[in-house]
Design a protein around this ligand. Sequence first.
Ligand SMILES: NC(=O)c1ccc[n+]([C@@H]2O[C@H](COP(=O)([O-])OP(=O)(O)OC[C@H]3O[C@@H](n4cnc5c(N)ncnc54)[C@H](OP(=O)(O)O)[C@@H]3O)[C@@H](O)[C@H]2O)c1
Length: 283
Amino acid sequence: MPAIQDMQGKTVVITGASAGLGAVSARQLAAQGATVVPIGRSPEKTAAVARELGVEPLVADFAKLDDVRRLADQLLERCERIDVLANNAGGIFPKRVQTVDGHELTFQVNHLAPFLLTALLHERLAATPGARVLMTSSLGNNMGRVKLDDLDSSRGPFLSLRTYGTAKLENILMAREIARRWAGDGIVAAAFHPGNVATEFARDSAISGLIYRVAPLRRLLLISPEEGAAPLVALATQTDTSLIDGVYYDRFKPNGRHSKQADDPELARALWERSAALVGVDA
Ligand SMILES: NC(=O)c1ccc[n+]([C@@H]2O[C@H](COP(=O)([O-])OP(=O)(O)OC[C@H]3O[C@@H](n4cnc5c(N)ncnc54)[C@H](OP(=O)(O)O)[C@@H]3O)[C@@H](O)[C@H]2O)c1
């Protein structure tokens, strides 16, 4: 990727910064001079990362949309500008769980909550020249299938990988739609697969979690969190945003392997409108 921009004076908001590749990205971008706002679910873990960076943490559980609304208010109060919003929090969940908001947990944590957060920060992003929204997606998007009439995957048996893949496909569709819908505001967006990374990811998943839990498999098949953070850091610091706008990367490779649905602009538009209606925003 091309030259990196100077991060002095830039504000970077990272969700999922209490652990894994989000925590590493937070450290690296802070070391490059950015003012980083680390957001996590666990107050203790998020506070530990924030202490290292010498900043105040923010905490929100994306399984509760009211937490996301409160978080957006706190960010608007704290950040005069938002140069980078990294929607990185996410995970795969082994069982069907319904959130207090009535949505399937994977869909809410990986798609609906970041959608709501981004929509609530729209004006601040638009007011920041060169602002960008980054979505931590996954190669798993290839296993997904977006059904507009069943976004909560309520029909049929619960397949955790498929549900996760669908949410990660929605991350790509969201980046594509921001690129189209908010072009006039100068906001750009990209999505990426970070690689298969040795983090706490998939810790609760029986089969798909095996390579993440079993030490020899972990060493053999997974890259380090530092390597996993590299695409996020590169996209956050990239100077020529026209190159990344609306693009899905497989690590550093543009147009990484993705579901056909990710190339459907009508689906991207319809998913956006449906999501906005579900969370009650006009975005
Ligand atoms: N690791 C991989 O191989 C891999 C591959 C492709 C994509 N990804 C994606 O990369 C992103 C980062 O994952 P990671 O690998 O760094 O895993 P991780 O170590 O498990 O970190 C996940 C982060 O998301 C946060 N999070 C989880 N559930 C949340 C909730 N309900 N509300 C708010 N925050 C929540 C966690 O917060 P707490 O720690 O505070 O609970 C943590 O900060 C995820 O979107 C994941 O889907 C990972």
